[in-house]
Design a protein around this ligand. Structure first.
Ligand code: ATP
Ligand code: MG
Length: 361
């Protein structure tokens, strides 16, 4: 057989489903382990009060790590400060991470509305992540190269129609009823999405968002948090080898196992993170009892545990009182040792160090 030519556009990329038995004994065993870990993660996430907003703060970590794969690096301080200010005044890197987060949430809402995962959604996610107004690639010449050696490792299909046809097939594979386990389907779809490589850039990030959304739409993940990108970063070589293994040698089982292992171990890590935050909230509750009016404790802590970098304005916006009253509340939490007041660039923040630590550790 002729060896695979990495420098030629892979217009022959086969349609899905792959013509092989995907659910080997090893795969099915790993499916069970991953599903169990996901169920435990969902259980922990249910205990979080104030679902959406706190989960956004926890989820920022995934956005940060997924962007780091593309060498978009921001610090946790920048990120949480940027988050508190809707990105205003943030570095370009921080803004890009916040846009990833925004795309993930738009996707989450899309799935919540019961809409299927379609090319239209892929394009919408790409446009948010990259702040672009184009979509599927029209121009030839996209190549994936090893950043160090510049050696070409893969050439995705070319021609808008070719790309759209393959995406239509992918859509169908994702959304039609199937005998395949949904996690196996997610792993297959992720490979296919990356191999189609529909956009000029941001394909890795959009593909990683789609993983989360696929689990959500299959009912395997209630909220869009799972630090899957951390696994990919920590096992980056295997990620790239796994993708080319499928393309060049049809090594589906190794690829599926790789991603399923990631789901299992990151569901555990994410659950531990949530439990750490829950424990902190409980402790904060006790500490706050003595220094805040009883009726206001819950409302105030809800706000404080949305933003590791909290501002007086957030309490005001939550209807907790006037500027003076809200400042008094936050200072009371400072005296109780729960928060630390600090001015950064003329903005006054009440920093929840323990929460910050729990999120960024
Ligand atoms: N051999 C390969 N075959 C198919 N896809 C690949 C291969 N090697 C890498 N990829 C995918 O291409 C992505 C990079 O593409 P692109 O630069 O468009 O995405 P990005 O989101 O900007 O980058 P990154 O994924 O590095 O954050 C990788 O994350 C990976 O998913
Ligand atoms: Mg890129």
């Amino acid at each position: 057989m002729k060896p695979f030519d990495r420098t030629q556009p892979h217009n022959a990329l086969p349609l899905l489903p792959p013509p092989v038995e995907l659910e080997s004994k090893a795969v099915l065993k790993q499916v069970i382990a991953a599903r169990t870990a996901l169920a435990e993660l969902n259980g922990a996430a249910k205990l979080l009060p104030n679902q959406g907003v706190l989960i956004q703060a926890i989820g920022l970590q995934e956005a940060k790590l997924s962007s780091e794969i593309e060498n978009i690096v921001t610090t946790h301080d920048d990120l949480f400060r940027g988050f508190a200010n809707d990105g205003e005044g943030a570095s370009p890197e921080t803004k890009e991470v916040l846009r990833y987060q925004e795309a993930l949430w738009q996707g989450h809402e899309w799935v919540e509305q019961g809409l299927p995962l379609t090319t239209r959604l892929f394009e919408a996610l790409y446009q948010v992540v990259k702040q672009a107004d184009d979509g599927v690639r029209r121009l030839p010449g996209t190549r994936l190269a090893n950043p160090a050696t510049k050696e070409i490792i893969y050439s995705p299909p070319e021609g808008e129609t070719v790309i759209r046809d393959k995406l239509a097939n992918l859509e169908q594979f994702i959304n039609s009823p199937s005998e395949l386990d949904p996690l196996v389907r997610m792993a297959v779809a992720h490979y296919q999405f990356e191999a189609i490589h529909p956009f000029p850039d941001g394909n890795g990030r959009v593909g990683r968002i789609l993983n989360i959304l696929q689990m959500q739409s299959e009912g395997l993940l209630d909220v869009p948090i799972l630090y899957l990108s951390r696994y990919i970063i920590e096992n980056k070589g295997a990620y790239y080898r796994g993708l080319s293994g499928v393309t060049e040698r049809g090594e589906w089982e190794a690829w599926v196992l790789y991603l399923l292992r990631g789901v299992e171990s990151m569901a555990q890590v994410t659950r531990e993170r949530i439990q750490a935050v829950l424990a902190l909230m409980e402790l904060a509750h006790e500490q706050a009892q003595g220094v805040l009016p009883k009726v206001a404790v819950r409302g105030i802590l809800d706000v404080v545990f949305r933003h590791p970098y909290c501002k007086v304005r957030f309490l005001e916006q939550a209807g907790l009182g006037t500027r003076q009253t809200c400042t008094k509340y936050l200072r009371a939490l400072v005296s109780a040792g729960l928060l630390r007041e600090e001015t950064v660039w003329r903005e006054n923040y009440f920093i929840n160090d323990a929460f910050f630590e729990a999120l960024s550790r």
